[in-house]
Each structure stands twice: as structure tokens, then as C-alpha cells.
Design a protein around this ligand. Structure first.
Ligand code: PHE
Ligand code: NA
Length: 477
């Protein structure tokens, strides 16, 4: 492996690529709908605390491992742990990450496919008039359509990853990220003109009760949304230039990601509080929120909405694409680094394997009863098996829900816990302080580094451990 590693062309290149990974369906699709399901304020507060206290330090930890080792997660952790307690065992984090990546991609591609369909609907509505919106339940119940859309999206992702990542992604995100941000700002401003806006803000920012499942979901989502706990940031860090600041980039990425997630909520909740009929068109679950709320505003509550509607869903698709690329890249770079397969072979094998699971996910929102009703420990309504479904899966049903829950709320926090323990306790602090450029004039770790280290050693692991304990004990806090 003596070949020169691909590198971002500038530090802005890294920030944009990492922000491209972070900003995606997590912000636009998932955060609004789980915030709605978890009753707003209290959930948002816990989420923000998780982002600041756990997410931010772990982001820095991951990027520093990647850049120091200049390798994908498994070899990176093998390299960094050489001669340290635990040794090669730490690379387990990398393997878990690859599994998490496979699992996440399989449902993510399905939701990303929904953006393609919304784009087509909007073109139609913009040209021929709005018919009140789509019946979302019927749409997700259409098996062949669901599989087809996921297939299109996965194929595009696979082709881009085959081509290597620095050229194309960097260029695309450089243009699309600012455009997405601009349109979101416009949409927020417009949503302030709706009657439901003040209710939306109150819902979002007035603390409300939260139970242990809500805690776990807020924690899990803070990992998911920042692309942490599975090695994506280790991988991207490995392409980062020696002279770029990990600390500054991480802060920028975290702020941008959080801003976009909050804006998405303001927009969608304002619509939900203004047009009650939209709530009914979401179908059984609120998972369709991103796709049913906005058309209502574009076509009945926004000047020039006709023009913005299709553009908006194209941007959703691209935001999703820059995230699926990073997910697939984790898997592919492992195959390339460890098995020394070519990029083309690695990508083809990984993408086709994932697509099999994507199919199950695509069929699990009403198309095929078996997949839609699936519960890991059966349909028990009481007793031990029920308890297991309740504890580990929040009693969710359906292949896609289960995959999402398992990856986001279990794999990622556990992966993140191992990373924070490794960097906090195992890796000599001198190395991390040096890599983060947090040394004072005398070459000792500075104050900021001490704060960071405190979080990596204590706050983050204890918070993750506490939440996991609460869930296992079945207690509300
Ligand atoms: N962070 C992405 C989002 O919010 C999802 C993601 C998770 C991407 C994990 C890469 C790794 O949409
Ligand atoms: Na995100």
C-alpha cells in the first residue's frame, strides 16, 4: 500500500465532503419525523446536548485517527493501537462500522429513492396544477416502484464510488451545499408567514417529557446525523491534508448539520400546524413527513413555490447522495485496503450485497406483509420475548424500522463509545493533542485540549453508558 492516497484538494474540500456526509436524510427526513414522534422540545434539548457533549468530541477523535493513520478504519485502528493495551482488538470498531454501514445504506437508499419520486411528482404538479398531494401510504405500499427507486439510487452511488472520491463529490458539494442552505433559509422565512409558525416554534423549543427510548433515540440520532460511530469520519479524515485544522473543521460541520436539522423542523412543523389535513396524508407513520408536508407549502402557501418544489427535491436527492457515497466508501475502502481488491470489484460486490437488504427494506412499508410486520422476537404481546422487542427495538415492527433502529441507536452509540474510550484512555494524549494542533508554546496539551479530553474520557462514555443502562433496565429518567 505504498500508493499515494487520494487527497482533498483544499481544506474547504475536506469540510465540504465531510459536511456532505453529515448533511443528508438524517437532517431533512429523519430528525423532523422523530422529533415529532417524540413530542418536540425535550427531545430536541437532549439531542442538542448529545451533539455538543458527545458528538463534537467524537467527531474530532474519529478524524484524528483517520488522518494520523492515513488508512480506512480497520487498518487505521490496527496501526494506532500497536503496542497499546488491547492492541489489535480495537479494530473491532472498524468491523462493526462496516456492518453498520451496510445496514444503514440498505434503508437509506429506499428513502433516498422517495426523493426521486417526489421530484417527478413536483414536476407534474408544477406543470399541471397541484392535486392536493400524494397518498403516501399507497406509494410506499407499491413494491416494484419502491424496489426500482432504491435500485436507481444505489446504482448511482455505486458508480460514483467506483470513480474515486476526491474529484466529483468535492465539486458537486461545493455548489449544492450553499444552494441547499439558501433554499432552506427561504423556506424558513416563508414558513414564518404561515399561521402555524408560532405553534411550531413552541413545540420545538418548549421542553417536554422524554422517556428512556426517547433518550436512546436522541443519542443515536446525534451519531447518525454526524456520521459518527461507524468510521465514515475516520475514512474521510484519512484523505485530509496534514495542515488542515481538525478542530475548526469539526466545529463547522457540527454547526452546519445542526442548523439544517433545526431549519427542517421549523419548516415542516409550521406546515403541519397550519394545514391539519396534511397530517392525515402522512399515512400510518410520520416517516413520510418530508415528502408530504412541503408540497402543500410550495403549491398553496408560497409565491414561486412552483419553481422551488422540484429544485428542492433534487437537492434532497443530492444531500442523500453525498451521504450514501460516504457510507459505501467505508465498506469499499475496507475491501480495497484489507483484501486488496480493485475499487471496481469492491464496489460491485458491496453494492450488490447491500441491494439485497435494500429490497427487504423497500418492501417493508406495506408492500409485503412479512417484511412490514417483522419483529425480531416474534409477535408476543407480553412476557420475555415481548420484553426483548421492547428493550432492544422499542417494539418497532418492519424490516426498515428495525434496521434503522438497530444501526442508529445501538451500533453507532456502541461504536462511538469504543472510539471515545480508545482516544480518551488508550491513545497517548500527546498524539491526539499534536494531531489536533492543541499544543501550547511549551509543547504541552493546552486548556481546550483538557476540556476535550475530559469529555472523551468521562462525559461521553458515562452519558452513553447511562442511556444504555436506562434502556436495558426499562426505567424512565
Ligand atoms: N449523517 C448522514 C445523515 O444525516 C447519515 C450517515 C450516517 C452518513 C452514517 C454516513 C454515516 O443523513
Ligand atoms: Na446529518
Amino acid at each position: 500500500m505504498s500508493k499515494q492516497r487520494d487527497q482533498w484538494s483544499s481544506s474547504l474540500g475536506f469540510i465540504l465532503a465531510a459536511a456532505g456526509s453529515a448533511v443528508g436524510l438524517g437532517n431533512l427526513w429523519k430528525f423532523p419525523y422523530i422529533t415529532w414522534e417524540n413530542h418536540g422540545g425535550g427531545f430536541v434539548l437532549v439531542y442538542l446536548v448529545c451533539i455538543a457533549v458527545i458528538g463534537m468530541p467524537i467527531m474530532m477523535a474519529e478524524i484524528l485517527i483517520g488522518r494520523r493513520a492515513q488508512a480506512s478504519p480497520v487498518p487505521a485502528l490496527e496501526k494506532m493501537s500497536k503496542g497499546l493495551p488491547g492492541g489489535k482488538w480495537w479494530s473491532v470498531v472498524g468491523w462493526m462500522g462496516v456492518i453498520a454501514g451496510l445496514v444503514i445504506l440498505s434503508f437509506y437508499a429506499v428513502v433516498a429513492g422517495w426523493s426521486i419520486s417526489s421530484f417527478i411528482n413536483c414536476i407534474n404538479w408544477s406543470l399541471n396544477g397541484f392535486d392536493g398531494g400524494q397518498d403516501f401510504g399507497g406509494f410506499v405500499g407499491n413494491g416494484p416502484l419502491q424496489v426500482g427507486l432504491a435500485f436507481v439510487f444505489s446504482t448511482v452511488t455505486a458508480f460514483i464510488v467506483m470513480g474515486g472520491i476526491s474529484g466529483g463529490i468535492e465539486k458537486a458539494t461545493k455548489v449544492l451545499m450553499p444552494v441547499l442552505l439558501g433554499i432552506l433559509v427561504l423556506l424558513v422565512l416563508n414558513s414564518f408567514t404561515l399561521d402555524g409558525a408560532s405553534q411550531a416554534l413552541a413545540f420545538l423549543f418548549t421542553p417536554s417529557a422524554i422517556n428512556s427510548h426517547g433518550l436512546l433515540e436522541a443519542l443515536g440520532h446525534s451519531f447518525f446525523t454526524l456520521s459518527l460511530g461507524m468510521g465514515a469520519m475516520i475514512t474521510y479524515g484519512s484523505y485530509m491534508g496534514r495542515h488542515d485544522s481538525i478542530v475548526k473543521s469539526s466545529i463547522a460541520i457540527v454547526l452546519l448539520d445542526t442548523l439544517i436539522a433545526i431549519m427542517a423542523c421549523i419548516i415542516m412543523f409550521s406546515i403541519l400546524f397550519t394545514f391539519p389535513q396534511v397530517r392525515d396524508s402522512m399515512g400510518k407513520s410520520t416517516a413520510g413527513m418530508l415528502f408530504v408536508t412541503l408540497p402543500q407549502m410550495f403549491y398553496t402557501g408560497m409565491p414561486a413555490g412552483k419553481i422551488f418544489a422540484p429544485i428542492f427535491y433534487v437537492l434532497v436527492g443530492f444531500a442523500a447522495l453525498s451521504s450514501t457515497i460516504s457510507l459505501l466508501e467505508v465498506v469499499v475502502s475496507l475491501l480495497v485496503d484489507k483484501l486488496e481488491w480493485t475499487r471496481i470489484k469492491s464496489t460491485s460486490v458491496a453494492a450488490s450485497t447491500i441491494f439485497v437488504f435494500s429490497t427487504f427494506c423497500a418492501l417493508s412499508n406495506g408492500a409485503v406483509d412479512f417484511f412490514s410486520g417483522l419483529k425480531p422476537f416474534g409477535q408476543a404481546t407480553e412476557g420475555f420475548l415481548f420484553k426483548l422487542n421492547e428493550t432492544f427495538f422499542a417494539n418497532k415492527a418492519g424490516f426498515m424500522n428495525l434496521f434503522d433502529h438497530m444501526a442508529s441507536n445501538w451500533f453507532l452509540p456502541v461504536g462511538g463509545m469504543l472510539i471515545t474510550l480508545f482516544v480518551g484512555w488508550i491513545l497517548p494524549s500527546r498524539i491526539s493533542a499534536e494531531e489536533l494542533d492543541l499544543l501550547d508554546e511549551n509543547g504541552n496539551p493546552n486548556k481546550f485540549f483538557q476540556v476535550l479530553l475530559f469529555s472523551l474520557r468521562f462525559l461521553a462514555p458515562l452519558a452513553i453508558g447511562y442511556i444504555i443502562m436506562m434502556v436495558i433496565l426499562g426505567r424512565d429518567f
